[in-house]
Design a binder for this molecule. Structure first.
Ligand code: GLY
Ligand code: MN
Ligand code: MN
Length: 480
């Protein structure tokens, strides 16, 4: 293996170790070979749109990529935990495909490219697994019995088959939680592209007459930097649409609005970035917008400064709410109670309904956060990380404050939160904030041995942002 290969083999070993800790009996020495499983994973099949000869866009199965580094459809992989052998199965070259789409990798090229022990062709898969009659085959999806997969398994007989095995899935998810240096280098590249594209949006805000112009600007510069896929649909909001957490309609005119919120992240080789910035139109912060921006910035910097191994994410999320409450008491939006009483009432969830952040990796909302979406406590229901931080985790730190009538009204009516919670809101003063819409500030952060490293470099200093919006000029390195 050379260091320029995606470390698939090491990933396979890490998953095996995770599986062992979840289910040790499969590896105990007094069992025969049937105790050491074989993993069998598939990449998605290429599929045309119904009644159409065009293929649906392809997105690699993240677990498949994790164990192969291969970004192609119609492939399989096996990992034999007993013999530590990773085999990637590629589809045979199809002459008609070559005519339309060009030559795919040859077997020889694939052997150079991937960190696997052997490259074979997909028609060989069925007979390869059949000779392992005394072994247990684990899959994460119901692929073996799927009718459409029949051709790959037509000759297969399985000794012991555990399709859709929850232990293998958990092992993959836990393994993916902490990133190795190779993965981090991909995520650094994704972050750098996002930084540049966010700066471009900032510097060109004066040309953005509609949210869709912001969307176009971000994607254009991402693609120019080599990132053809976004990690998720860009969220480009202006004025009151900033209060919709995942607004992807991106079609409103910007005239007369106070703030632009853009939550967008470029993807690099299947690894995500996820960054939110808020900009004042014309480079002028209104008094209300600036006060909410400063408050969210304080929430973010206080929470981020505490990121280190051993910290329970719930505690930082709670801290974000405490700072929000202090800020709202100072602004007068909250009144008539102490910080503790207001926190207890859960009324702050009306203004920060989502969680402080989530794990980040190949998926934007990545694996193993252990969220509890049925938590009866409103404050924690949408918190996507419910565990202690450990070194190597990539997370987002993304507090926000929103003025969404849809979210706030049930609290004002006393339908949500503790009984009587609505009395803590000054309704008259609240009127001044609806047009602020919402503010979220989001960075991508690595948990290190001693603390954290922030991968996101695009400025969030409100004066610097205003200056860039006004001057139309980002830092020089953005244009390199
Ligand atoms: N981009 C979605 C999120 O921030 O979680
Ligand atoms: Mn996020
Ligand atoms: Mn985001």
């Amino acid at each position: 293996m050379t260091s320029d290969k995606y470390p698939a083999k090491q990933h396979a070993r890490t998953v095996t170790k995770q599986l062992f800790s979840l289910q040790p009996k499969f590896f105990s020495s007094d069992l025969n070979n049937s105790g050491s499983p074989l993993f069998l994973l598939a990449s998605p099949q290429s599929v045309n749109w119904p009644f159409c000869d065009q293929q649906q866009p392809f997105r690699q199965n993240r677990n498949f990529y994790y164990l192969s580094g291969c970004d192609r459809p119609d492939c399989y992989l096996t990992y034999d935990t007993l013999n530590d052998k990773l085999v990637l199965y590629l589809p045979p070259i199809d002459d008609e495909d070559v005519m339309w789409s060009g030559m795919p990798e040859t077997i020889l090229e694939a052997q150079e490219h991937y960190d696997v022990d052997e490259i074979r062709l997909t028609p060989q898969l069925g007979s390869d697994v059949s000779i392992l009659v005394d072994r247990t085959v684990f899959t994460v999806e119901p692929l073996v019995k799927a009718e459409t997969r029949k051709e790959a398994f037509i000759t297969a007989t399985f000794g012991h088959l555990r399709e859709s095995d929850p232990f293998l899935l958990s092992a993959l998810e836990e393994a993916r939680l902490t990133k190795d240096e190779y993965e981090l280098s991909l995520m650094r590249r994704a972050s750098l592209i996002s930084d540049k594209a966010h700066y471009r949006v900032m510097a060109n805000l004066k040309e953005a007459f509609n949210e869709t112009h912001v969307h176009a600007e971000f994607v254009y510069h991402s693609i120019r930097e080599g990132s053809k896929n976004q990690s998720y649909d860009p969220i480009c909001c202006s004025g009151r649409t900033c209060s919709t957490l995942h607004w992807v309609t991106n079609d409103q005119d910007t005239a007369g609005k106070q703030l632009l919120l853009i939550d967008a992240g470029a993807e690099w080789k299947n690894y995500a970035s996820d960054v939110t910035r808020v900009l004042p139109f014309n480079g002028e912060w209104t008094k209300e917008a600036r006060s909410i921006y400063d408050l969210v910035l304080k929430m973010q910097s206080e929470c981020m400064s505490r990121v280190r191994p051993g910290i329970l994410w719930d505690d930082l999320h709670l801290l974000a709410h405490e700072i929000l409450i202090e800020g709202f008491l100072e602004l007068g939006i909250f009144k008539g109670g102490s910080k503790e009483e207001i926190l207890e009432s859960r009324i702050s969830a009306a203004f920060l309904p989502h969680g402080l952040g989530h794990t980040l990796g190949m998926d934007t909302h990545d694996t193993a956060g252990h969220a509890n979406y049925s938590d009866p406590d409103l404050l924690f229901r949408y918190l996507r990380i419910r565990r202690k931080l450990i070194p190597g985790m990539m997370i987002t730190v993304e507090p926000g404050v929103y003025f969404s009538p849809f979210v706030i009204d049930p609290f004002l009516k006393g339908e949500l939160g503790q009984p009587g919670a609505e009395k803590y809101i000054d309704r008259l003063l609240l009127e001044k904030y609806w047009d602020v819409g919402g503010v979220r500030i989001e960075d991508d952060v690595l948990v290190t041995e001693n603390g954290f490293e922030n991968f996101t470099k695009v400025t969030k200093d409100p004066d610097e942002i205003a200056e860039i919006v006004k001057s139309g000029k980002a830092p020089d390195w953005v244009y390199v």
